[in-house]
Design a protein around this ligand. Structure first.
Ligand code: AMP
Length: 139
């Protein structure tokens, strides 16, 4: 079965379109975490950020950057969060790659909080960990 974004791309479900070209669609998120919250996605289905072909990923990120810039200019945002959830555990609810562009007006937005708390790194061999990740990177 088609995911909801494929259905929007195919014109089966209405959306508030911010931007469209041959490869990329950007729409207002129906939830509007903050005013202007936008989703940028490839038109050709792929699952998530990690599995998206590079050429398409670059196009999506280019559009996300330009929308963030426009939102700073036109909405009076003073910051933007750019994020993409990969996997249910990370909060991905629609399995069609998309980037959230979330304009920020306040340091404490009522609808949006990210808290990142560092863990004790004493138990982690940081050099070894960095090397392990580096060695598995795609060339
Ligand atoms: P995520 O949880 O990262 O997968 O984000 C999915 C986002 O899609 C959520 O923020 C939803 O509010 C949004 N969403 C779901 N259905 C629609 C829709 N029909 N139009 C616009 N945004 C939608």
């Amino acid at each position: 079965m088609k995911d909801i974004f494929c259905r929007i791309i195919d014109g089966e479900i209405p959306s508030s379109k911010v931007y469209e070209d041959d490869d990329v669609l950007a729409i207002l998120d129906i939830s509007q975490i903050t005013k202007g919250h936008t989703l940028v996605m490839p038109k050709k289905h792929c699952q998530d950020f990690l599995s998206c072909p590079q050429e398409i990923l670059h196009k999506v990120m280019d559009v996300a950057q330009r929308i963030g810039q426009a939102e700073m200019l036109v909405l009076g945002a003073v910051g933007v969060n750019i994020l993409s959830n990969v996997g249910e555990i990370a909060g991905q609810s629609v399995i069609h790659f998309h980037v959230h562009v979330i304009p920020r007006y306040l340091s404490q937005e009522p609808g949006f909080q990210i808290t990142m708390q560092s863990q004790d790194i004493a138990a982690i061999d940081m050099q070894d960990l960095a090397k392990t990740i580096h060695e598995k990177m795609e060339k």
